[in-house]
Design a binder for this molecule. Structure first.
Ligand SMILES: [Fe+2]
Length: 438
């Protein structure tokens, strides 16, 4: 009998490998000084397959990690599975669960809006969790959300409205959602696109939303090559759709762009009749054998001329981009990103971009492996970058993780605080700061 050992994929080994124990540890050890203005919880989500196996990095049950910080102390670390019906039925088939909006892996992001903390995954409904990461249940906005919701809704930095969308393998392929700052879903608007594509994220500005209809199309053939039912199909074309925030399908203006894929934008904003959209652009995605790295690009949509210009802003490989919450959809000067380690989607450091001055700073993690960097504004600060950048960082030499607190005003310097965790936090996806009184 011949044995052929298959190489273990990156998402199942080293610090990508899942952890199986739910841990609670209080009174965490801290090196340095945590600013007394930081009062809340740093939460982060990721795929953590309870079986130990998943066919793709994006699959696997969601596990939340959280650290509560108050009055300069780190009160606790917790990790908890998001206990959706998919988690509670380990034999459930992921692909046949697509039509049941409660069968979420809830593994991609965690946000707060209108007093709720929600774990999100783009194929299903959000799942509400408690301050202490216990699962409460699915949230469909009082029955108004019939289909899926993206894991990347946008909370307007000015109004607090939650703007989002969902995509589907059947018509309507794309649906827009507008939710008030108080959490009432006010609009559910089917949007006409040519076919079923994977739309991971989108953009908002003060008056508009911008959809990214890009050529990663739904195709079961993709299961064989990538483990996901989507493939790169350049013949689909690539378009940006601009719609007033309270508009309808008939109001969408579509702009052709060069074929590409974008998982994550940095931010978007209006400059007169132009719309600036900064994104982590990949030449392609979900193409068998190819691995196109994301880099920071700027699109400028000229609504008068009907054109889109495209400019590369940096040649570093970056993703997991973030801005200060108060400038989401508004003009931002600064942006933060994970600077990826060679061949792996983890941060070997963080970037702070000054987009007004076309400059950047690098925070070197010196062998640590970082997650998404979350900017938290200093309530006493005036400038957009007055605040701190927080992230979970894995330390291979200890096989444990820590939360680093970097002062954004001295970004390339050592963290001002390190919160030492009792365990490792696997490399994951997205997270947020949830302040007290959220
Ligand atoms: Fe994402």
């Amino acid at each position: 009998m011949s044995e052929q050992l298959q190489e273990v994929p990156f998402w199942l080994k080293d610090n990508f490998a899942p952890v199986f124990e739910e841990v609670t540890e209080t009174d965490l050890k801290v090196t340095g000084v945590i600013p007394s203005e930081l009062n809340g919880r740093l939460l982060r989500n990721g795929a953590n397959p309870q079986s130990g196996y998943s066919a793709h990095w994006f699959l696997g049950n969601g596990m939340l990690h959280g650290v509560e910080i108050r009055d300069g102390k780190a009160n606790w670390y917790r990790n908890r599975y998001v206990k959706t019906p998919l988690f509670l039925d380990p034999d459930a088939d992921v692909m046949s669960s697509l039509a049941d909006m409660k069968m979420s892996s809830a593994n991609t992001h965690v946000i707060h809006h209108a007093g709720k903390i929600m774990a999100l995954e783009e194929g299903h409904w959000p799942f509400v969790v408690s301050d202490e990461l216990e699962t409460i249940g699915p949230h469909n906005f009082g029955g108004k959300l019939k289909g899926a919701m993206t894991a990347h809704p946008k909370t307007c930095g000015e109004t607090g409205e939650l703007l989002s969308f969902g995509y589907s393998v059947s018509e309507p392929y794309l649906t827009y959602h507008r939710t008030s700052a108080e959490g009432e879903m006010l609009q559910v608007e089917p949007i006409t696109v040519k076919g079923a594509t994977m739309i991971h994220d989108f953009n908002i500005t003060r008056n508009h939303v911008v959809f990214m209809d890009l050529p990663v199309v739904w195709d079961l053939e993709g299961l064989k090559s990538s483990g996901l039912p989507v493939i790169w199909d350049e013949s689909y074309g690539a378009r940006l759709g601009v719609m007033p925030r309270n508009g309808t399908d008939a109001d969408v203006t579509w702009y052709e762009i060069n074929p590409c894929y974008v998982f994550h934008p940095l931010n978007a904003y209006e400059e007169g009749s132009k719309i600036v959209v900064d994104v982590c652009r990949m030449e392609n995605a979900m193409k068998p054998g190819a691995n196109s790295p994301p880099m920071l690009y700027r699109w400028v949509i000229d609504q008068d001329a009907g054109t889109v210009s495209e400019t590369q802003l940096d040649d570093r490989v970056v993703d997991f981009t973030r801005v200060c919450d108060t400038v989401v959809g508004l003009k931002n000067r600064y942006g933060y990103a994970a600077a990826f380690a060679p061949r792996l989607p983890v941060a070997e450091g963080f970037m702070k971009y000054d987009l007004d001055r076309d400059s950047s700073e690098f925070h070197d993690l010196k062998g640590g492996q970082g997650s998404e960097a979350v900017f938290v504004k200093d309530p006493n600060g005036q400038a957009e970058d007055d605040g701190w950048v927080l992230s979970y960082v894995y330390r291979p030499e200890e096989n444990k993780s820590e939360v680093v607190v970097i002062d954004s005003r001295s970004f390339d310097q050592e963290p001002i605080a390190r919160i030492h965790l009792p365990v490792r936090v696997p490399a994951g996806f997205h997270g947020n700061w949830v302040p007290d009184g959220y």
